[in-house]
Design a protein. Structure first.
Length: 202
């Protein structure tokens, strides 16, 4: 006969970590960014040669927005949050974390982006400059999604779904490991969703 209390511990191994940061004074920051973005949109535009980039993006034509004066304040905040994120993850910081790319994405009506990862990078993310109601968020996928058996769920939660959508909120920054599969579903509104995407490596 068993006596005593059973000790049971539950551990979360190999989690997919996503940081959502509310940037202070975002309204003022976004007002300055929209002015800088107007200039960028007038000067640069990729042609959407790849199926996954058929929206307004400067990923190919201008992916060093961190070099432009109008994006300096945002760049400093992105760097600060990137450093904090890698410390939280316990990654080796013997070499400095640095931005390898920073570009503009604008999703108008019908625009979307297929599932992808950011190869040869360590940390990726985006900052929302403009995200009106009902515009799409960022959908992130479980790294085990294709290997998991589709067992019935009593109630969907963060531990059993294959993907979930993080809402797009102006003034918020999202950071994640670059191997995290993600996408943006089609924008079903007439409003533009404007974000600045970025990559880090060591």
């Amino acid at each position: 006969m068993m006596t005593g209390e059973i000790q049971r511990d539950t551990h979360f191994y190999f989690p997919t970590v996503v940081a959502v940061v509310k940037v202070p004074d975002a309204d003022a920051l976004n007002a300055r960014l929209l002015t800088a973005i107007e200039d960028v949109r007038a000067r640069y535009k990729d042609q959407g040669e790849d199926p996954w980039s058929e929206f307004f993006t400067t990923y190919k034509s201008q992916n060093k927005l961190y070099e432009l004066p109008g994006f300096r304040d945002l760049t400093l905040r992105i760097q600060d949050e990137g450093d904090k994120f890698v410390r939280f993850l316990g990654l080796d910081q013997s070499k400095p974390l640095y931005l390898t790319g920073c570009w503009l994405n604008v999703y108008g009506r019908g625009d979307s982006q297929d599932v992808h990862v950011h190869t040869q990078q360590v940390i990726s993310g985006c900052y929302y400059v403009k995200a009106p109601k009902n515009t799409p968020g960022l959908s992130v996928f479980s790294p085990y999604a294709e290997a998991m058996l589709d067992a019935p769920m009593a109630e969907p939660n963060e531990m059993n779904v294959k993907f979930l959508e993080i809402p797009a909120v102006a003034g918020e920054m999202i950071l994640f490991r670059s191997w995290t599969r993600h996408c943006v579903r089609p924008n079903r509104t007439d409003d533009e969703r404007i974000s600045i995407a970025f990559n880090f490596t060591f």
